[in-house]
Design a protein around this ligand. Structure first.
Ligand SMILES: *Cc1c(COP(=O)(O)O)cnc(C)c1O
Length: 223
């Protein structure tokens, strides 16, 4: 990141990111999720002042403090995305807070979500996380297991899945993973693709991302 980039305001960085998304030649409908995890409150305030309304968080508790308490006055006007792992025992809390969950990856979580729905609640929009790099330490459904998993979401739990999400391995070119995710989504008739972060959001947009998840390129490095 250049020095000039460092001293730019969040508003200026937002303009640059939006321009790059528009210029990427991909889907004009690529939406930006501002990943606010671990960022200090004054940067969140700047993003809100710049007109950002779509935020991403990776921890339920941290998000609850930020969007349920500190910035609670804004909550109803925002679209909040959970992009980190979700424990089944926090499913109800997450559903109350978030509009979209990107990390559905196992039956126990599906069961908790279905139970919450059966108690009369609306569910957030759901993405299935796919472990495209087949990394042992990473969560997500393996590509070869995806068909069976999606079938069980539908037939076993009555859950509607909107799309797929991936986090490519750090040491590999992301484009192959984005193309794999896009192909898997096509194969299963899913419209939404959550892929691309600060280092590769333009590539992801070119390859059909409907959501990119950008943190440090917008807010600056996490302290
Ligand atoms: C932190 C995080 C991001 C944003 O990362 P940056 O590199 O700061 O843009 C995107 N997606 C997920 C799942 C994350 O945990």
């Amino acid at each position: 990141m250049s020095i000039t980039h460092e001293i730019m305001s969040i508003e200026q960085r937002l303009d640059i990111i939006k321009d790059r998304l528009n210029d990427s030649g991909g889907k004009s409908a690529t939406k930006l999720i501002a990943v606010s995890k671990q960022q200090p409150d004054d940067r969140i305030s700047q993003a809100l002042a710049a007109g950002v309304t779509v935020f991403g968080e990776n921890r339920v508790q941290e998000a609850q403090t930020r969007w349920g308490e500190t910035f609670a006055a804004h909550h109803g006007k925002l679209e909040l995305h959970l992009i980190g792992p979700l424990q089944s025992n926090k499913a109800a809390q997450a559903c109350a807070l978030f509009d979209v969950i990107h990390t559905l990856d196992r039956s126990s979580l599906a069961k908790a979500l279905a139970k919450h729905r059966d108690q009369g609640h609306d569910l957030p929009k759901l993405f299935v996380q796919v472990n495209t790099g087949e990394e042992e330490q990473k969560s997500g459904v393996l590509p070869r297991d995806l068909s069976v998993f999606l079938k069980s979401m539908d037939e076993g739990f009555g859950l509607t899945v909107a799309g797929l999400m991936c986090i490519p391995p750090l040491d590999e070119a992301p484009s192959a993973h984005f193309m794999l995710l896009r192909q898997l989504a096509r194969d299963h008739g899913l419209a939404e693709l959550s892929m691309g972060m600060s280092g590769d959001y333009e590539t992801a947009a070119k390859l059909g991302a409907t959501y990119v998840r950008v943190g440090s390129a917008l807010f600056g490095p996490r302290p």
